[in-house]
Design a protein around this ligand. Sequence first.
Ligand code: PHE
Length: 358
Amino acid sequence: MSSVKAMAKDHLSAIKAAEDDAALEDIRVSLLGKKGTISELMKTLGKMSPEERQEKGPLYNGLRSAVADAIAARKQDFHEAALDARLVSEKIDVTLPVRPQGQGTIHPITQVTDEITAIFADMGFAVAEGPDIETDYYNFTALNFPEGHPAREMHDTFYMTPDEAGARKVLRTHTSPVQIRTLQAQKPPVRVIIPGRTYRCDSDQTHTPMFHQVEGLAIDKSTTMGELKWTLEQFCKAFFEVEQVQMRFRPSFFPFTEPSMEVDIRCDRSGGELKIGQGDDWMEILGCGMVHPNVLRNVDLDPDVYQGWAFGMGIDRLAMLKYGIPDLRDFFAADLRWLRHYGFAALEMPNLATGLSR
Ligand code: PHE
């Protein structure tokens, strides 16, 4: 017994004395590796008599886990020290003057978000926001997704590790949870747009695991579907800076709207380019509908008094269509050449008076 204790003491002090990752790794291999001292010791258990094994087993196991824990702790020390050093060396002075013109550009997503905000602000909409990490309640339940309903599976949700109570938070799969947060915080009439990041486990030419939506919500005593359609059409004409846009409204399903529609915009994808307003293709850009009475009930509004409409648009797809960007994944590749080509001048805010995109 004393020899195991002595071994533990030696090993632990060697681990403490290790000065870097490489030294620590050498110790790990020499002790816990396939041919390591402790691994060899563990093997001797197999040849012992049951009585002896009963006595030595716990000792050897204890030694092995004490050593493994100490190595992990030392690793963590190195990690923290490296982080501290990095934080010190990477300090930046935010009061420094901006770099000479022509260096940095505004990302098309930021540009398009600003354009959308300018158009809706002109129509009397305020901007609301909510957290990216949501509870199941806001992302689903309050929006009339019943527990275990297959509509939850429509969203390829990223779930966080459950907390002690077993509740799993999610990366919001849409901006719709902010409808609930907004209606809990303010009384109708409500007219807001909600731009933000959203997340779904999906990736191809028109899907990325993180993408952007802008939600629209209007609640009042007399809101109609005609208003919704008109608003979306006005928006599209202003956004695409054209007299006419071809939109297609298709009946659809969302748990939080009834009736529900999806809207596509006519586009052309031939020749590896993306053009709006012509061609034989359609790109889905938004979902919308009249707010479901259950959603109103969930925020203590009487559906016999209040009604409203809502929409959720894909910002990235609007940017692709407007600026002819064929692959969504390029938005997030951080390629400077791409950014210089598709980026916008830094100090020109989009506005309706002088034009959205110059
Ligand atoms: N949240 C829906 C989606 O992400 C879009 C939507 C928003 C539909 C508001 C109707 C009303 O698919």
